[in-house]
Design a protein around this ligand. Sequence first.
Ligand code: NAD
Length: 456
Amino acid sequence: MAVRELEIKEEFMEQFNENIPSDSINKKVCVFGQGFVGLPLTLSFAFRGCETIGVDVDEILVKQTNEGMTHHTEMFHDVTIKEVLNIELNNGRYKATTDGGEAVRNSNNIIVTVGIPIKEGEYIIDYLKSACETIGANLKKGDLVIIRSTVIPGTTEELCLPVLEEKSGMKAGEDFYLAYASERIAEGLAFDEFANMPTIVGAINEASLKRAIEVLSVVCKAEVIPATNIKAVETSKVFENVQRDVNIAMAQEFARFTEGLGIDIFEVVKLANTHKRVNLLTPGPGVGGYCIPNAYHYIQPKAAEMDVDMGILKLARAKNAELPAFIASKAEGLLCKMGKSLNGSRIAVLGLAMKDYSNDDRISPPIDICKILIEKGAEVRAFDPVVPTKYSFKVDSQEDALKDADIVMILAKQHEFNLECSDLKSFMSENPICMDTKAIIDNNKAIEAGFEYWRI
Ligand SMILES: NC(=O)c1ccc[n+]([C@@H]2O[C@H](COP(=O)([O-])OP(=O)(O)OC[C@H]3O[C@@H](n4cnc5c(N)ncnc54)[C@H](O)[C@@H]3O)[C@@H](O)[C@H]2O)c1
């Protein structure tokens, strides 16, 4: 065995392996959805000794995963998800498949991480429903189903349960077990947070709760917290996300206020957060990713059904959705100040991910900002060494992005960027502008280097 593989094994044994399930019932786990959550979750079961199957409808993803390839950037200590994947493929504890039916027939525990996308404010339940149909049609007596997707409160009992019962011809709670556990990880920290963040679980009856806690405890070393009902867990998850949306909208307003006063929002937030009951967030170029922007749209349908007003949440979402347009108009204003116009200007964008150090560009504000700038006549060249998606405005190096640019716009941090002010400026046009939405560049150094500097 290669030295590196031995090192990884030792590291993982030390960190995780105390929870290996001793009985065969808890050992066979299949996970529907092999995306940002599903793949590291399945591997977390595999490296604790479970026999795992990862199910996905995306044939290319399944093929690549079985070949040991993944674009995910998850790490645990210095071990990459790709290394874990290859170890678990080689030892036969993990495989990916598009055949969900067979995976269910060969497992005792089925975990669902299939998402509910939002399109133009409307949720699309089809993927989750289809996963439940496949599971139901292949379920055996005594199997456990845990829904782990983030859902509209009520979904597990109002959609998943009837579909599972109808397709299986069995009764939930009597013939098979059903639970809901919220998924709370942040991308990039998945292995650590599956293990060390408390997991919250609700179930349709005591027997389901007991079985779910046993299985979840295989991966979760922190507390597995039982709730009295499923809706409480579904709702707490959506509230966790939506409170960040509201706090970020507030941080953006604070930033405009401090900008007016001529003081630095990041200093103000730091000062305010020295109060032990205050935890302000910092502003940025927008709110992205799968979780936070979708949260309001998961609450709204149920609120409308119950005739409950969600005015604050709605306003926060609308305000955050406006941020890319705000950044674009700020660029227009700064160019105007320098005697230039947005139409025909060159803009170098650094960072396309929806958050710092991520490869995820789903619902990514930087992408929206690029599109708005292009629509307004600017030539955008964006560089992100980690995001794999191809865009017409994406270039292969920081230098290509910066060449003759009028503005350098920093929209997401990546380790590979060289943010030395004189280096940045050396590639750019006369009177360059630096728009630093991440407060990553020293204000004085940027001005000394000859930049017109703007911080969000
Ligand atoms: N990404 C995060 O950081 C995060 C954090 C907490 C919770 N969540 C929640 O976890 C869930 C999954 O999120 P994600 O980021 O992993 O999404 P993702 O899009 O990366 O992965 C979902 C996967 O499900 C697959 N899929 C669709 N229909 C299927 C079906 N019928 N059977 C099997 N697979 C199917 C898709 O092809 C996709 O690969 C969502 O509900 C999300 O809100 C995500």
